[in-house]
Write a protein that binds this ligand. Sequence first.
Ligand code: ADE
Length: 252
Amino acid sequence: MTLAIMSALLDEQRGLLERLDKPQRVKRAGRTFWCGQWAGQDVVLVLTKVGKVAAATTTTVLMEVFDVKSVLFTGVAGGVGCGVQVGDVVVADAFIQHDLNSAPLFPRYEIPLYGRATFDCDPRLSALLLEAAQRGLAGVGDHCHRDLPLASPQVHRGLIASGDQFVCDPVAAALMRADLQAAGHEPLAVEMEGAAVAQVCHDYGVPFAAMRTISDRADAQAHLDFSAFVTQVASPYALAVVSQFIQLRSGK
Ligand code: ADE
């Protein structure tokens, strides 16, 4: 019943890696897969790298080489939904590609030959992740970002939009949101990998759940202190939530 835990960046993964018992390194397709145990459960940790193509490759290797029975993604995202603040967490219930447009051949956002624009996360795994986020973040203590204390993190649940761009322009972010809304989609956050992972998990019939800590509001400040945020806030959040998730998954 191996659980794969994917992250986009090394700083997001480091804390998780330190918790892995008996880690063994396996290299494939230029990626390092860390196989080991966490609280007695078989786990494989891997970095997706950045962007949808890299994430799809990593997920495909996971499916073909490792006997993965469920996939969990932890990382950071830009908040685009109302009330989704820096330091909050979004647990995805579905993913869409905000930069996919095959119109007029297919409706905007629809993935050609799949007949759909979104991929749902697994409801059972996502419910477990939501509970893990609520429990885990209740105990994380105070964190600061740019010397400002972060309010106690809110946990949101909803749609996440992925695309091959770091969104750091409020006009572009508003336009993206308006276009998605016009097609009936209301994203809470934007990032660069989740929809690709969700699509490959769908193709292989493997349950998938994802959480993203909001590092920015997809505006002109989005890149400032990005790696400090990942190290000081997102990484401890991910560790707290994944620890709870693994405990809940084992029924303890
Ligand atoms: N990941 C974190 N913040 C992001 C942003 N603003 N755009 C895309 N991916 C992100």
